[in-house]
Design a protein around this ligand. Structure first.
Ligand code: ADP
Ligand code: MG
Length: 474
C-alpha cells in the first residue's frame, strides 16, 4: 500500500504542519482509516493496540471540525472522556500540540486539581472539554457546565472505562448530551463486551479494527526470567544494570509493593519514582513529570496508574510481578515499542501462580515469551532456587532450545537484539552507584564461579569496573 500523508486524509495545511512539527511522517493505520470518516461526520467504533496513535485519530479531525464556530460560556462544543487523570492530561497535551495553528480553547477537568481554575476556563467557553467522568459530573452537579451544545463526543480507552467501573457515569453523562451528535468510541481491544457496550453510545458507526485484540506489537522484544521470590529484586537490579536502559516502567501487582521496591532500588543507588492510584494527584503528576522529563529514569507503577500512558521513547518495561490478568500484560508491555520504535520487555517470574498466569498470557498473545536465564547475572545466580534450572537461552543469535516452566521451547533472542548482558556476562561490568569515584560500598570479590552472598543482605555486589549510565544515578 502506498503510504499517504496527513493532508491526503482531508486535513488542512495547518494541521499537516502541526504534525510535521512533531515529527510525524505519515499517519498510523488507525489514523489513516479513522480520520476521513470522522471528517465526514460518521460515528466511529475504533480499535487498535496501545501505542498506535489513537489520540490523533480523533483529535486531528476534531480540530478541523471545530475550527469554524465559537464556544459559548459553560457550553462546551465537544467532549472527550478518558478513564484516568493521567490519560485525560495526555489527551489535553496532544490537543494543545496539534492545535498550535488554531485558536481553539480547551479545558481539562480532572480530579485533584482546583475547581476554581477549571471554573474560570468553563465560564469563558471552551471548544473542547477533556474530562474524567467523575470530575465532569461534579462540575455538572454544581451547575458549572452544560452539555447541551456538545456536537462531538469521544469515549477514549473504552475498555479501561469498563474495567474501572466507569460505565454508569459515562451513561449518565451521555444522557445529558444532545442525541444528535457525532460519537467516536475508541478502545485498545474490541471484545464482545466492548462492542455491546458501544451500541449504547454510537449510531451506525464505521467500525475500524486495526489489529487483532490483545496482540503485542512486533516492536517489543519480550523476555522472561525465572528466579525465586527472594531473588526478584536482585534479578531486577541486574537487568537494570546490564540492559541499556534509558527509561523504564517497572510494574508491580500490589500497591504496597511499589513503595518497598522504590526504597529498595534507592538503597542500591537507582533513581526511581512511584506511581499508583493511592497517591495524591499532585504527587502523581509530579512523579510523572520527573519521569517524562528524564530527571528520574525509573517509574515503579501499578496497572491502574499506567494503563494507556504514553511515555515518548520508553526503552524498557519490567514486570516485577507477572500480572494476574493476561490483558494487563499486553497493556504493560505496550508502554514501550510505541509508534514504530523498538522496546524491550522483561518479566520476572518466581512462583507457581506466576506459572499459571504465564500460561494464560502466552495463550492470549499466541506465542511463548522467550526465556533468558539469569545465570550470567552474578546476583541472580546467587539464588540457587532460581527456576527452571535447566533452561538456558543465551547468546546473540544462537538458537539453543530451552524448556520453560510452562514447557515451552523458546528461541534465542534474535541477532542484534540480544540482551546487552551477554557482553557483560562475567557479571562485573556495570553497576549503579551514586558516585563511582567516591563509593565506599562493599563489593564482592568472588572467585570466578563462586556465588556471591544472597542478594537481599549483600548490599551491592558487582565489581565496579564498567561504565555507569549517568542517568541511572542520582
Ligand atoms: P494510543 O492511544 O493508541 O495508545 P497514542 O495516541 O498515545 O496511542 O500515541 C502513541 C505515540 O505515538 C505518541 O507518542 C504519539 O505522539 C505517537 N504518534 C501518534 N501518531 C503518530 C504518527 N503518525 N507518527 C509518529 N508518531 C505518532
Ligand atoms: Mg490512547
Amino acid at each position: 500500500m502506498v503510504p499517504v500523508n496527513f493532508s491526503e486524509l482531508g486535513l488542512c495545511d495547518e494541521l499537516s504542519q502541526a504534525v510535521a512539527d512533531l515529527g510525524y511522517k505519515e499517519p498510523t493505520p488507525i489514523q489513516e482509516k479513522s480520520i476521513p470518516y470522522v471528517l465526514m461526520g460518521r460515528d466511529i467504533l475504533g480499535s487498535a493496540q496501545t501505542g498506535t496513535g489513537k489520540t490523533a485519530s480523533f483529535t486531528l479531525p476534531m480540530i478541523e471540525i471545530l475550527a469554524s464556530g465559537r464556544a459559548k460560556a459553560r457550553l462546551p462544543r465537544s467532549l472527550i472522556l478518558a478513564p484516568t487523570r493521567e490519560l485525560a492530561a495526555q489527551v489535553a497535551d496532544s490537543f494543545e500540540k496539534f492545535s498550535t495553528y488554531h485558536k481553539l480553547s480547551m479545558a481539562l477537568l480532572i480530579g485533584g486539581v482546583s475547581f476554581a481554575d477549571q471554573n474560570v476556563a468553563l465560564s469563558k467557553g471552551v471548544d473542547v472539554l477533556i474530562a474524567t467522568p467523575g470530575r465532569l459530573l461534579d462540575h455538572f452537579e454544581r451547575g458549572k457546565v452544560l452539555l447541551t451544545d456538545v456536537k462531538v463526543l469521544v469515549i477514549d480507552e473504552a475498555d479501561r472505562m469498563l474495567d474501572m467501573g466507569f460505565i454508569p457515569d459515562v451513561e449518565r453523562i451521555v444522557g445529558l448530551l444532545p442525541p444528535l451528535r457525532q460519537t467516536l468510541f475508541f478502545s485498545a481491544t474490541l471484545s464482545d463486551d466492548i462492542k455491546k457496550l458501544s451500541d449504547k453510545f454510537v449510531s451506525n458507526p464505521k467500525v475500524i479494527e486495526v489489529a487483532p485484540p490483545a496482540s503485542t506489537a512486533d516492536t517489543v522484544a519480550q523476555h522472561l526470567v525465572w528466579t525465586s521470590p527472594k531473588g526478584k529484586r536482585a534479578v531486577l537490579r541486574n537487568l537494570l544494570r546490564s540492559e541499556d536502559v534509558r527509561n523504564a516502567v517497572i510494574f508491580c501487582n500490589r500497591k504496597r509493593d511499589i513503595s518497598t521496591l522504590v526504597t529498595s532500588l534507592k538503597g542500591h543507588d537507582f533513581s526511581a519514582v512511584a506511581l499508583h492510584g493511592d497517591m495524591t494527584q499532585s504527587a502523581r503528576l509530579d512523579a510523572l513529570q520527573k519521569f517524562r522529563d528524564g530527571d528520574v529514569p525509573l517509574m515503579i507503577a501499578s496497572d491502574v496508574a499506567a494503563r494507556g500512558l504514553d511515555i515518548v521513547g520508553l526503552s524498557h518495561v519490567f514486570n516485577f510481578d507477572v500480572p494476574g490478568n493476561a490483558e494487563d500484560y499486553v497493556h504493560r508491555i505496550g508502554r514501550t515499542g510505541r509508534a514504530g520504535k523498538s522496546g524491550r520487555a522483561f518479566t520476572i517470574a518466581a512462583s507457581e501462580d506466576d506459572r499459571k498466569y504465564l500460561g494464560s498470557i502466552e495463550k492470549l498473545i499466541g506465542k511463548p515469551i522467550p526465556l533468558i536465564d539469569a545465570e550470567n547475572n552474578a546476583e541472580a545466580a546467587s539464588d540457587s532456587k532460581a527456576k527452571p534450572p535447566a533452561a538456558k537461552v543465551r547468546g546473540r543469535g544462537r538458537s539453543s532450545a530451552a524448556t520453560s516452566p510452562a514447557n515451552n521451547t523458546v528461541d534465542a533472542t534474535p541477532a542484534g537484539n540480544a540482551p546487552a548482558n551477554e557482553d557483560k556476562a562475567d557479571g562485573n561490568k556495570v553497576i549503579a552507584g551514586r558516585s563511582r569515584g567516591s563509593r565506599s560500598r562493599k563489593q564482592h570479590e568472588n572467585a570466578p564461579g563462586e556465588l556471591p552472598a544472597p542478594p537481599e543482605c549483600s548490599g551491592d555486589t558487582l565489581q565496579d569496573t564498567g561504565h555507569v549510565p549517568a542517568f541511572l544515578l542520582r
